[in-house]
Ligand binder design. Structure first.
Ligand code: C5P
Length: 221
């Protein structure tokens, strides 16, 4: 079975020197890619700029921008499962200059931005053979985690959402706790290391796909 995983931040350039990005470390996404590999999946990991090494035994594709990430995901499909762990920048500078911008400090009070493609939503809405049987999104929330994550699952059109409470030290830290929202019920993953949480999720993904292959519906409304 084949898996595509996105991880890390995206980096959206303003010019060759400056960019818009975020603090995602890539740790949870890399751990999920490795855990799926350990479950026997053929894994393509599409990663934004992080300081982690390419994991052994899977195919890592390095990109910078959200647009490049979407193109790399499309190139890696078809797959049985898509796991969208990346902290994709929601906005990018509306224009990218080829040369370092000379900024007039008194005039520069606003940075024009435009939306990046929503990769998870795009892949979730593919039809038939193009759409992975299972599409899993992540939701980083600081409050009302389950409520927001349930709404996000419907908004994005994905099958499952893994919801994190990031109000503490999760971003960049080595531990995580999550709520898996499947549409047929919620499952809590207690706080543990990111690799252990990844192993549990990968096991759950393989079981769902195997059940799906024996003709049980994976998607719930
Ligand atoms: O809307 P929000 O950024 O909170 O959604 C988080 C989920 O959507 C994550 O799974 C993330 O990888 C995905 N996402 C995406 N493309 C975007 C924004 C978010 O794939 N432009």
């Amino acid at each position: 079975m084949k898996a595509v995983v996105t991880a890390g931040p995206t980096l959206e350039p303003l010019d060759p020197i400056r960019f818009v990005s975020n603090r995602s470390s890539g740790k949870q996404g890399y751990a999920i890619a490795e855990a799926l590999r350990d479950q026997g999946f053929d894994v393509t990991l599409i990663s934004g700029p992080v300081t982690l090494d390419d994991p052994a035994g899977l195919h890592t594709v390095r990109i910078e921008t959200a647009q490049q990430m979407l193109a790399a995901v499309n190139a890696a499909l078809p797959a049985d499962v898509f796991v969208s762990v990346a902290a994709v920048a929601d906005w990018r500078p509306a224009e990218t200059a080829d040369r370092k911008l000379k900024l007039d400090k008194s005039a520069m009070t606003a940075l024009p931005l435009t939306e990046t493609p929503d990769i998870l939503k795009t892949i979730s809405h593919y039809t038939a053979d193009q759409r992975p049987a299972l599409v899993v999104g992540f939701a980083a929330e600081t409050h009302d985690v389950a409520t927001h994550a349930r709404a996000k699952r419907l908004r994005k059109g994905c099958d499952w959402i893994v919801a994190n409470d990031v109000s503490g030290d999760v971003m960049g830290g080595s531990e995580n706790a999550a709520l898996l929202i499947t549409g047929t019920g919620d499952e809590a993953f207690a706080r543990t290391t990111k690799p252990e949480l990844a192993a549990r999720l990968a096991h759950r993904i393989r079981a769902a796909l195997e059940q799906n292959q024996s003709d049980v519906r994976l998607r719930a409304p």
